[in-house]
Ligand binder design. Structure first.
Ligand code: ADP
Ligand code: MG
Length: 328
């Protein structure tokens, strides 16, 4: 099977919204009146972002999910994406699984594949997504103000716990491994929540490299500091919060330092962290309900610069949680 047959079989679909999709030198995409295009790229490299033996269907999901998460962080609605793919060889079962996982998530968000590039080389997946947001309404990192509440969506730390288990650093009971691995390999981009927070959140970003490190970018861009409550964040490991789950008692026996490490500096969460003024608490709850995505208040923005951690009694907690940096 040659390059063009491969593209035709696995990556060509009829376009619905775009003016022109796969097959010409460029795709054509017209933003609607009053809208700005939100554009983001994310690359996944074998051995760096995923294990060589990961299921292709989950890899297809994750490659698009991490990009949709960036649109969510800006409050943008997904429109379309391009796929640049380097493949070591033509492996049809792999391609079938990968494109199935990729296009299922694309369809769920009405986000269409409009073009890309395919070459031979070490496995590497680069996606660029295009979304739309009403002009001036994109959620940015720079809008947090002293006094704002800090919120995080969904759960934190599960992906990191699964990674620790896959690397052999910790042993997890089968149901806990299955649940956390699902979060590592098939994250849920919080697209509906991001859109619902337009006009409510003062700042937002998605958590991909660890909560504290990522939130540091909001603080820097906004020129403020913050306090984070670690007795709230530690509860956000999924099974820990879910007492009905098979893993609940197991989580209670894990060392607190590991739970803090996973929730505060875990990476691969793809949740939203955002700020909003206290008088918008009801609006935040309404957005959460509308998006069917839970949100938890985890601290406050403050004028003095720096990120402070505190426990349930308001006592300081030492911050020794580094976030992920490819070149550090
Ligand atoms: P060109 O040489 O003009 O850049 P290509 O031969 O690389 O074009 O690609 C032919 C068409 O197939 C283009 O429309 C391109 O966008 C599309 N395409 C290539 N690879 C992919 C892919 N992995 N997924 C979707 N579309 C692709
Ligand atoms: Mg090309």
């Amino acid at each position: 099977m040659g390059e063009f047959d491969l593209i035709a079989r696995y990556f060509t679909r009829p376009v619905r919204h775009a003016a022109l999709g796969v097959g010409d030198d460029c795709a054509l995409l017209a933003p609607r009146a009053g809208m700005q295009l939100a554009i983001s790229s994310d690359m996944l490299v074998e051995g760096r972002h995923f294990f060589a033996d990961v299921e292709p269907v989950t890899l297809g999901h994750k490659a698009l999910a991490v990009n949709l998460s960036d649109l969510a962080a800006c409050g943008a609605r997904p429109l379309a994406f391009t796929l640049a793919l380097a493949l070591p060889r033509v492996d049809e079962p792999w391609l079938a699984g990968f494109s199935r996982g990729l296009l299922a998530l694309a369809d769920a968000h009405g986000c269409e594949l409009i073009g890309g590039d395919t070459t031979q080389g070490p496995l590497n997946i680069c996606i660029t997504v295009f979304g739309e947001v009403p002009t001036g309404q994109a959620l940015l990192r720079s809008g947090a103000r002293a006094g704002d509440d800090i919120y995080v969506s969904g759960t934190l730390g599960d992906a990191r716990l699964a990674l620790e288990a896959l690397l052999g650093h910790v042993q997890l009971p089968a149901p806990v491994l299955a649940q956390t691995r699902q979060r590592l390999e098939q994250p849920t981009p919080r697209v509906a929540l991001g859109m619902a927070l337009r006009g409510i959140a003062s700042s937002a970003m998605d958590v991909s490299d660890g909560l504290l490190g990522d939130f540091g970018h909001i603080l820097k861009a906004s020129g403020v500091g913050a306090s984070i409550h670690t007795h709230e964040t530690i509860k956000l490991i999924a099974s820990c919060a879910d007492t009905a789950s098979a893993g609940a008692s197991f989580y209670q026996n894990l060392p607190e330092s590991l739970l803090h490490q996973c929730t505060l500096a875990g990476g691969d969460d793809y949740e939203l962290i955002f700020t909003a003024p206290p008088h918008r608490r009801e609006a935040v709850q309404a957005a959460s309900t509308q998006a069917q995505t839970r949100v938890t208040r985890i601290g406050q923005v403050e004028a003095p610069p720096g990120l402070r951690l505190q426990d349930a009694q308001g006592q300081p907690v030492e911050n020794r949680f580094a976030s992920f940096d490819h070149f550090a």
